[in-house]
Design a protein around this ligand. Structure first.
Ligand SMILES: *[C@@H]1O[C@H](CO)[C@@H](O)[C@H](O)[C@H]1NC(C)=O
Ligand SMILES: *[C@@H]1O[C@H](CO)[C@@H](O)[C@H](O)[C@H]1NC(C)=O
Length: 633
């Protein structure tokens, strides 16, 4: 009897698995201009949030808030560069636990739309491509059918895609759609061999079990190189655009099928030195209403922007080089700290006209903590830190890539052995991106790619050292300049023609754990130090033992000029309040130690420490962010 029961049970399980499987489907119904979910007409209202810009402990909180706004799907890019930081070395844990991110969305009740690229832009370092591609070949034709490039793309997708497969909607997971490449129509290469190769690679792994789509700008010309045969096309645009014109342009290339705006912009991105984006909420709601009234599906980019912690922000190349700041607030409906803004409630109202709003409570802002000010102490100059660092010796300068060095800084130093004119011009035409020039450790001036300043008159005597501290401010993430090597990538000359040789080069990755270990094992440097920058400053503190603490807060850097901030084991990112617009850095609650344990806040300050007077040598943690500070004229 028993065995027989088991037998029927097994048959029953097999049958029900089969039923479950065949019940779940997600497809494009071209004839009826809609998606079909389980055979029924469906449209999505989705929001973008990038797992790599939000601490994992906060993913679920943010997703719940998206759901409460009426969204039924979550969209994210997948960042190849951080999943494969060095060739054939893969990370899928912690901040990069993509699988758990997708499972969290499923748990919250959101469908998932993924954008694996491989190129993603996203205002990320090199548009999400690994820096080491430029080590393999500095002239690699990225985003084309270049066979070296395709070798690494194929290898990466062969690792990634099998992990996604069990999470497809048809397999019981939340993933309904996968994007192929990213706004490829805006890239000059227009290589159909490449996009066809990608499509076939997706099909090899996923067959017809998930909707494949492309996203391009909303002018008809963007779709010419962006559309891929056999792949569903969508477009992107922001508020104030004539919606019917935009979708008409899509129709010129795809006469039937649901209309989709895959990046509807409720805000916009920032660059250092340029005013903070501020997109009018009423206009955002008006255009959203028009999109939804056309029965279109939409993804709001970004619904929650988050933060580019560490060194992973990208940069644009307009008429000048424009690095992106640490905050990716994006003027989005959920602020950088995950708080609902007035835009959140206004957009929720519009969404509620078209989709049922769930009966979950609308969020309110999370509490913030004001910890007051802490005095910073000098622990080490950069010059002392260098003594512990590995270095390269090379006749000519090496790029970051040649040193297997992806991100952060490098120090290039050499001794001038000959007599020069007085003054003499130092030329660093291959500077990427910002260089502090020292003679015998005394600052002479700053070179800057953003400002097109590549040379500097100096006075130097034989046997003095020239040292250039170079910052990678972020590889270009959009357009045709993405082969953006870092460091010093051409020869350095003194005067009109003498090439400087015999360099010692220190790559500085400033991994936050290494920096913290170094500082915690150092003691406060009480020597009179009249030249402490560039240097490391630190303060140890405890947070009040109040109930609920720690809360989120914002690091304020009154009087400091430019550098990197580390909170415990975390790199909070770059600060540069003297050019704005970002003045404070987001410090999430989850990065603090509670229970009466010590916290460390450390700065690597490049330019100026306000420490002539100890009362001004402070940082503070405040309740309110400042993202719209004064920028240069
Ligand atoms: C959009 O443009 C079309 C013409 O291309 C025009 O008829 C229509 O009124 C415009 N819509 C809005 C909202 O401006
Ligand atoms: C939207 O869909 C509804 C229901 O299918 C239909 O009645 C209506 O005409 C559609 N509207 C537009 C603008 O296509």
């Amino acid at each position: 009897m028993c065995h027989k029961n088991y037998f029927y049970k097994i048959i029953y399980i097999l049958v029900s698995l089969h039923v479950v499987k065949s019940n779940r489907s997600f497809t494009v119904d071209y004839e009826n201009n809609c998606f079909l979910k389980d055979g029924k007409p469906f449209r999505y209202v989705s929001g973008s949030m990038h797992y790599f810009r939000v601490p994992p402990a906060l993913w679920e909180d943010r997703m719940m808030k998206m759901k409460a706004a009426g969204l039924n799907a979550l969209q994210t890019y997948i960042e190849w560069s951080r999943h494969e930081p060095e060739p054939d070395t893969y990370i899928f844990e912690d901040d990069y636990d993509l699988i758990s991110y997708i499972q969290t969305a499923a748990k919250v009740g959101l469908l998932v739309i993924l954008r694996p690229g491989p190129f993603i832009d996203a205002e990320r370092e090199m548009g999400g491509l690994p820096y080491w591609l430029l080590k393999v070949n500095p002239d690699m034709k990225l985003r084309t059918s270049d066979k070296d490039y395709l070798f690494y793309v194929d290898r990466w997708f062969d690792i990634l895609f099998p992990k996604l497969k069990p999470l497809l909607y048809v397999n019981g997971g939340p993933i309904i759609a996968l994007q192929v490449e990213n706004e490829y129509g805006s890239y000059s290469a227009c290589d159909f061999k490449y996009t066809t190769h990608l499509r076939n690679l997706y099909l090899k792994h996923f067959d017809q079990n998930v909707v494949l789509f492309t996203t391009d700008g909303s002018s008809s010309s963007d779709l010419v190189c962006g559309k891929i045969n056999g792949v569903f096309a969508t477009i992107d645009f922001g508020s104030g655009v004539n919606v019917s014109d935009a979708f008409h342009n899509l129709r010129l290339h795809q006469s039937k099928g649901p209309l989709v705006n895959s990046e509807y912009y409720p805000g916009w991105l920032d660059h250092w030195s340029e005013p903070h984006a501020n997109v009018n909420s009423e206009s955002v709601c008006d255009t959203l209403d028009q999109i939804l009234a056309m029965n279109a599906s939409v993804n709001i980019y970004m619904f929650h922007g988050g933060t580019s912690f560490g060194f992973y922000n990208g940069a644009n190349m307009g008429t000048v080089y424009q690095p992106c700041p640490t905050s990716y607030d994006y003027d989005a409906p959920l602020s950088e700290a995950g708080d609902p803004t007035p835009k959140y409630f206004a957009m929720r109202k519009v969404i509620g006209k078209y989709l049922p709003l769930p009966s979950v409570p609308v969020p309110s802002p999370s509490p913030k903590m004001d910890l007051g000010s802490f005095t910073m102490n000098i622990y080490s100059t950069l010059w002392n830190y260098l003594k512990l660092n590995k270095f390269y010796i090379s006749k000519y300068p090496l790029s970051f890539e040649e040193m297997n060095h992806g991100y952060g800084f490098a120090v290039y130093t050499t001794t001038v052995t000959f007599r020069t004119t007085d003054p003499v011009v130092l030329n660093v035409p291959g500077l990427r991106d910002r260089g502090y020039v020292y003679i015998n450790n005394t600052l002479q001036g700053i070179l800057s790619r953003s400002e097109n300043i590549y040379s500097l008159p100096i006075m130097i005597k034989p046997n003095q050292n020239i040292t250039i501290l170079v910052e990678n401010q972020g590889r270009i993430c959009f357009g045709n300049d993405i082969n953006d090597r870092k460091g010093i990538i051409q020869n350095v000359t003194l005067g009109s023609s003498v090439i400087l040789t015999d360099w010692t080069i220190y790559p500085l990755s400033f991994k936050s754990k290494d920096v913290m270990n170094y500082l915690r094992s150092s003691s406060i440097n009480s020597d009179q130090c009249n030249n402490c920058v560039p240097g490391f400053y630190m303060s140890l503190f405890k947070i009040p033992d109040s109930s609920g603490y720690p809360y989120d807060t914002f690091l304020k850097l009154n009087g400091w000029h430019k550098g990197i901030a580390f909170l415990n084991e975390y790199n909070l990112g770059r600060y540069w309040p003297i050019v704005g617009p970002q003045v404070t850095l987001y410090a999430p609650s989850t990065y603090f130690q509670s229970n009466n344990e010590w916290n460390s806040i450390a700065l690597f300050e490049l330019e100026y420490a306000p420490c002539d007077d100890s009362s001004s040598c402070t940082i503070s943690f405040v309740k309110d962010p400042i993202l719209n500070g004064t920028t240069p004229n």
